[in-house]
Design a binder for this molecule. Structure first.
Ligand SMILES: CC(C)(COP(=O)(O)OP(=O)(O)OC[C@H]1O[C@@H](n2cnc3c(N)ncnc32)[C@H](O)[C@@H]1OP(=O)(O)O)[C@@H](O)C(=O)NCCC(=O)NCCS
Length: 166
C-alpha cells in the first residue's frame, strides 16, 4: 500500500502531525475537503461556502494533509482584534490524535501575532467532543442561542480571551 493509505498497515503508529503538514486551502483541494465535511457534519458546508472563504480576505482555512488525504481543517475569520472560528473538523479516521488541538494551536498563535484579544466560536449544545476540546483550551461559556442551527439545535457561544492579564 502506498503513502496515501491509512498508516500503511494497521500495526503502524499514526503519523505525528505538526505545523509542517498544514497548508492553506486551495481551489483544487475543495473536493477532498468537501468529502470530509460531508462525512463529519450534520449540516455540512457546501462547495460554495468554502469557495466564499477562499474569496474572503478576512478568512483563513488551514488544512492538514497526510499524503493526498485530508486529515483535518479549520476555518476562521480575523477582524480587528477578534477571531471567529467558523469550522473545525478532523476526518473520522484521524480523531483523538491531537489534530484539532494542532489546528487550534496554530490558529491561536496566528491570533496572537495579529494582536487578537478575543476568540469566539459557536458549538452545538450536544457536541460533547468539541465542547471538551474547547474547554481544554480555556474557552468559557458566554451564552446560548436557542434554535440557532437550521435544524433547530441550540448553539453555545464560547469565548477565549488571549490577553486576559494585560
Ligand atoms: C471535535 C473534533 C474536531 C475533535 O477533533 P480531534 O482531532 O479528534 O480532537 P483532538 O484529538 O485534537 O482532541 C483534543 C482534546 O479534545 C477533547 N476531545 C476530542 N474528542 C473528544 C471526544 N470524542 N470525547 C471527549 N473529549 C474529546 C479531549 O480533551 C482531547 O484531548 P485528549 O485526546 O488528550 O483527551 C472532531 O471530533 C470532529 O471533527 N467532529 C465533527 C465535526 C465537529 O463537530 N466540529 C466542531 C464544530 S464546533
Amino acid at each position: 500500500m502506498g503513502e496515501n493509505s491509512h498508516f500503511d498497515s494497521p500495526k503502524k503508529m499514526p503519523p505525528d502531525f505538526s505545523a509542517k503538514d498544514i497548508r492553506a486551502l486551495a481551489e483544487e483541494d475543495l473536493p477532498a475537503v468537501l468529502a470530509v465535511e460531508i462525512a463529519s457534519q450534520p449540516r455540512p458546508w457546501s462547495k460554495d461556502s468554502f469557495q466564499n472563504e477562499l474569496n474572503n480576505p478576512a478568512s483563513t482555512v488551514n488544512v492538514i494533509w497526510h499524503g493526498n488525504e485530508v486529515v483535518g481543517y479549520i476555518c476562521y475569520h480575523t477582524l480587528l482584534d477578534e477571531l471567529n472560528i467558523l469550522n473545525l473538523v478532523t476526518a473520522p479516521f484521524y480523531r483523538r490524535l491531537g489534530v484539532a488541538r494542532l489546528l487550534l494551536d496554530v490558529a491561536l498563535a496566528d491570533g496572537v501575532r495579529n494582536s487578537v484579544q478575543k476568540v469566539f466560536l459557536e458549538v452545538r449544545k450536544g457536541n460533547r467532543a468539541a465542547i471538551a476540546l474547547y474547554q481544554s483550551f480555556g474557552f468559557q461559556l458566554l451564552g446560548c442561542r436557542k434554535g440557532y442551527y437550521a435544524d433547530g439545535d441550540d448553539a453555545l457561544i464560547m469565548l477565549k480571551e488571549l490577553f486576559e492579564n494585560i
